[in-house]
Structures are given as structure tokens and as C-alpha cells.
Design a protein around this ligand. Structure first.
Ligand SMILES: [Zn+2]
Length: 336
């Protein structure tokens, strides 16, 4: 089975402004790397999300507030801007996630990657935040639930904590949220003690990290924490908030992951998803080193299309400490 790639020219028309790190050039760098596709990868066409699909994860007031700003410039928070093309881009970005879920559930592809802008994981139910307008992965997860998938797992490897996604699902057991992120760091949430509430207790798994974690650390996090949680949860679909700001050269992230490190993370998720019989869908979040972003996405696409990757699991002492802290926090929830 092939891997399905979705993108759209509309995503290039979302422009937060001169000097903003979340620039259309990010997607141009990715598209340049994907001018020729590896065997087993193919392009598909993304649809818009419908307003009811978006409103599964957002208040109608938020959806309509952004709709009223279509065609205009607006500053939603000090980091989060709209340009005249932003609303159309946001609706298509959310729709790319929905389109990807539909294709995966119909088994038209075993995996896929929605190469979208704007990103989504900071967007809260009722507001835009941190470069994000709609929570693309949250909308995709809700669409999968509405389509009959009993358990959806979201893995968020962006260097920032996916506060918006956690808040959407923290009181539920049907959508697991597992995040690796630098901590303390923007946006401030994501402590190991945040583990879900009420019926969602245990179904939020946070892996807070010190700076400068590299390929061996992330390989160990995925082997020791991410894989066993996913294997025990047995999701019907694995979605990934795939941010590439843990990249070694990223101007915002402060981590040391290489192109090969991301490929290894994608390979691990592909294997653990396959063990559950679950398709795997990646959605682009951050990543601000233009060259590193494009090359890292290319390596992940190669892995999704059937290629391999060099997996290192030699954690540094600080990485091993981070694993021990998560194990302690998760006693009673997961055998790690
Ligand atoms: Zn990020």
C-alpha cells in the first residue's frame, strides 16, 4: 500500500508577514524536496473542511470569528496573524486532515502526510494561538471518531507542547494524546503530572524534556515510552502532530534531532501502528529551519513509502532522567 501526500497552493497564501518564522517558504522548501517522489508515494487532493467538521473541535463563535476575517489582515495574538488568504488556507488545512483520515479509513493508503499551513496544535477550542488558527489534528481525530474509529492516538513530536490538542481531549479516553516537548518552554503546559482528567485520566501522556535532546534520546523516548503506550492502547488510527522544530538547526527549538532522527521516529510509529492494524497519518506542525524542514519531511515520506531509517536509542544521562520521570508519573496508568 502506498503513502498519500496532501498539500494545496492555498497554504502558500497564508502569510503572517515579513520576518515571521511561520513563512510560506517552509512549504516551498518541502515541495522542492518532493519534486520527485519516492516509489510508493503519491499526491492526492485535499478538500475543504465543512463548518460542522471544524466545529467538532471549536466553538462556532471561533469558527465564525475567523470567517469574518477572511480576505483581511488581522492580529489574533502577538504571534498569530491572518492575511487575506489565511481563512481559506485554514479551512483547507483542516480539510486536508479530514481528507487524509477518510482515505486511510477506506484503506486507500496505509499512511499519509498532510503538508499543511497554518499549523494547528496550539489552537484552543475557542481561540487561535501560537501561529495556529484551527486545530487540524484535533479536527482530524474528531472526524475519525465520528467515522466509527473507537480509539484514536495522537502523537505530538513538535518541540512545543500541543496545549490545544491536550485540552480538546484531556477528559476523554477515546482519544489518547502523547506529546514529547521541551519543558518548561512555550506555551507553558505539558508537565508530566498533566495526565488527563475524569474519564480521561491516564489518556494524556506528557514527556517533558530538557533542551539539546538528540537522535539517541528521541529514539529511546519512542522505544521506552511512545511504543509501549501505543501498543497497550491499541488505537484504530494513529495521527501525528509532526513538527520539525526539534531539528538541530531550528532557530526556535533548541533540540538536536537530525533528518535521520525524524525518519527513525516515523519508522517506529509506522511499525507500532501496523502492529495494531492502524493506519498512520502525519500532519505538519512547526519546523523553522527551511532546509532541515524540507529534508526531514522528505526522509519521513521515504520511510512511509517503504524505506528504512537508522534508529539510535543511546539516550544521554539527561534523556534517561526524563524517561525515569515519565515512568514515575505514569505508575498506575501504563506499564513502562
Ligand atoms: Zn512547535
Amino acid at each position: 500500500m502506498s503513502t498519500l501526500l496532501l498539500t494545496d497552493d492555498l497554504f502558500l497564501a497564508h502569510d503572517p508577514g515579513e520576518g515571521h518564522p511561520e513563512t510560506p517558504d517552509r512549504l516551498r522548501s518541502i515541495l522542492h524536496e518532493l519534486e520527485s517522489l519516492p516509489e510508493g508515494a503519491r499526491w492526492g487532493t485535499a478538500r475543504d473542511a465543512t463548518k460542522p467538521q471544524v466545529a467538532r473541535a471549536h466553538t462556532l463563535a471561533h469558527v465564525e470569528a475567523l470567517e469574518r476575517l477572511a480576505g483581511r489582515h488581522a492580529e489574533l495574538d502577538p504571534d498569530t496573524m491572518m492575511s487575506p488568504g489565511s481563512y481559506a488556507a485554514a479551512l483547507r488545512a483542516a480539510g486536508a486532515g479530514v481528507t487524509l483520515v477518510d482515505a486511510l479509513l477506506k484503506r486507500e493508503a496505509a499512511s499519509g502526510f498532510a503538508l499543511v499551513r497554518p499549523p494547528g496544535h496550539h489552537a484552543e477550542r475557542d481561540r487561535a494561538m501560537g501561529f495556529c488558527l484551527f486545530n487540524n489534528v484535533g479536527i482530524a481525530a474528531e472526524h475519525a471518531r465520528a467515522s466509527g474509529v473507537e480509539r484514536v492516538a495522537i502523537v505530538d513530536w513538535d518541540v512545543h507542547h500541543g496545549n490545544g490538542t491536550q485540552h480538546l481531549f484531556e477528559d476523554r479516553a477515546d482519544v489518547l494524546f502523547l506529546s514529547t516537548h521541551r519543558f518548561p518552554f512555550y506555551p507553558g503546559t505539558g508537565a508530566a503530572t498533566e495526565k488527563g482528567v475524569g474519564p480521561g485520566a491516564g489518556f494524556t501522556v506528557n514527556v517533558p524534556l530538557p533542551a539539546a535532546m538528540g537522535d539517541g534520546d528521541y529514539g529511546a523516548f519512542f522505544r521506552d515510552l511512545v511504543s509501549p503506550v501505543l501498543a497497550a492502547y491499541r488505537p484504530g488510527l494513529v495521527l501525528v502532530s509532526a513538527g520539525f522544530d526539534p531539528y538541530v538547526g531550528d532557530p526556535l527549538g533548541g533540540m538536536r534531532v537530525s533528518e535521520e532522527g525524524f525518519a527513525a521516529m516515523a519508522l517506529t510509529l509506522k511499525q507500532v501502528a501496523a502492529e495494531s492494524g492502524a493506519p498512520l497519518g502525519l500532519l505538519l506542525e512547526g519546523g523553522y529551519d527551511l532546509g532541515g524542514l524540507g529534508r526531514s519531511v522528505r526522509r519521513c515520506v521515504e520511510v512511509l513509502a517503504g524505506g528504512t531509517a537508522q534508529t539510535r536509542t543511546d539516550a544521554s544521562p539527561r534523556g534517561a532522567d526524563a524517561i525515569a520521570q515519565v515512568r514515575a508519573a505514569q505508575i498506575g496508568h501504563w506499564r513502562l
